[in-house]
Design a protein around this ligand. Sequence first.
Ligand code: NAP
Length: 493
Amino acid sequence: MDEDAGRAGSGAPGDPRFAIIGAGMAGILSAVKLQEAGLTDFTVYEKADRVGGTWRANTYPGLSCDVPSHLYSYSFAPRADWSHRYAPGGEIHGYFEGVAREHAIDRHIRFGDEVTSCRFADGVWHLETAAGHRDEVDVVIAATGVLHHPKVPEIEGLDDFEGTMFHSSRWNHEVRLDGKRVGIVGTGSTAVQMVSALVGRVGQLSLFQRTAQWVLQAENPPYTDDERAAFRQNTARLGELRAQLTQLFDVFANAIVDAESPEMQMVAEACRANLEDNVRDPELRERLRPDYQAACKRLIMSPDFYEAIQQPNAELVTEAIERIEAAGIRTRDGRLHEFDVLVLATGFKADAFMRPMGVIGRDGQALEQVWAARPNAYLSISIPDFPNFFMLNGPNGPVGNFSLIEVAELQFAYIMQLVDRLRAGECREISASQEAMEQHEAARVEAVENTVWVTGCRSWYLDDRGIPAVWPWSFDRFRAEMQAPKPAAFEYR
Ligand code: NAP
C-alpha cells in the first residue's frame, strides 16, 4: 500500500490524527465513523492481510455467530440478504469485507503491519510496528478484539502427537478430514459448532468433555428467496426485525444479571427440556448433564448438537485426559484414543486484550504494570493516565451472549464525544480519573454477586479471583451509561 496512506485525505488543520489498531468488526466501525465525522486523518493498523478480525481468523467448519445475523450487523449497514437466521462465518466475513469496501477504508489500512508499541510522550502517541514503521498520532483507538489469542491447553505430551494438531482458530485447510479419525478437545461454543459440522464427514469423531454444557436449542432456518426479497423491498421490515431481536436479547441480558429471575428459570427449563427430549440414551444424557446452573458458562446455542453427538461415528469422552501420545489421547482409564487429526477447541486468553503490544502511558507507566494484577478500565474504554487512548470492547464489558457490534457502536459514539472536546480545544489530553475507575470497579464487583456467572462453574468470564470480568447490569443501563460521558469522571489537561 501507499506508504503515506494514513495521511492521504488529511482532515481539516487542527483535527486530530488517529491510529485504529485492528481491522476487525470494531476497527472497520471506527474507520467508517471517523470518515462520517469528516475525520480522515487516520491509519488502521492490521497485522493480517485481510479485514475481518475474528471472522478472518476463525474458519473452522460449522463456524457461525449465535447472535442472529440481522442483529449481528452494523446499525448503519443492515443486510437484506442473510442466508440464515444465524449466517455461516464465511458470509459474516464477507459482510465485513463488503462494508469496508463500500466505505473505501482499505486505503487507510496498513495490512501485514502489527503495532508492537504505543508510547505517550510530549502529548502524542508514538507508534512502532513490527515492520519498523513509525507513526505519531493524537488519538489511539484499540479495536483489538476480545477473544483473540488462542489458549493452548497444558496437557502433558502435547508435542508428541504425530498426526496433525491445531487450535480451532488456526484451522489447517490443507488437511483432508473426510473419513479420518478426528479428536476435539473442549466443549465450548466452538467445539459444539464443529461437532455438528464434522460428524457427517469424518470417519470417527471423539469429543473430549471436561465439563458438560447446557445447550439451548436454536433452530437455524434459511431465509427463503421471498423473505429476502421482502427485506430488500421494504427496509422498514429489517428495522422491525432488528428491534424485535434486540428486545429478545435484552430479556436474556437482564436474566443473566439476575440469577434468580423468572426469565433465567425459563432459559434453564428450555435447556433442560432440550437435553431430556433429544438425548435418547439415559447414560449419555447423564454424562451430558451439567451440574451447575444454565448460562453460568457462556450459553451454547445449537440446532442439532445432541443429534450430532448421538451419531454412530461420534463418541463423547468424559474420562479425563491423562496425556497426549504419538498416536492420540490417553485417558485416565488407560485407554488410548487414536486420531489422524486433533483439534484444540480450548478457547482463548480472555485477559490479553491488546497485549502483547507494549503500551506506555503518561510518565512512562507501562500498561503491563498497570494491568499486572488484571486488566481494568473505566467503562471498558479509558485507562487513567493513558490519555487519548480508547478501547472498544475493552475489559469488563458486556460480552455475554449479545451483539458486540451494538456494544462497539455505543462505545464509539461515547468516545467521539470525548474526542469532540479535544477538537473544540477544551483540552489536549483526556483520560478517566483513577477515582472514577475505582468507584466504577467497586460497584461492578458488588453487582456481579447477583449474576448467573457466580453460581458455581468455571468459565472464561471469571478473573483470577473468580470474579466475572463482565458488565453486571442490564443492557439498558449500559445504553444509558453510553449516552454521554460524565464530565467529572475524566481528567483533562
Ligand atoms: P471456551 O468456551 O473457552 O471453551 C474451551 C473448552 O476447552 C472448554 O470446554 C474447556 O473445558 C476446554 N478445555 C480447556 N483446557 C482444557 C484442558 N486442558 N483439558 C480439557 N479441556 C480443556 O472456548 P470456545 O469454545 O472457543 O469459545 C470461546 C468463546 O468464543 C465463547 O464463549 C463465545 O463467547 C465465543 N464464540 C462465539 C461463537 C458464536 O457463535 N457467537 C462461536 C464460537 C465462539 P472447561 O469447560 O472444563 O473449562
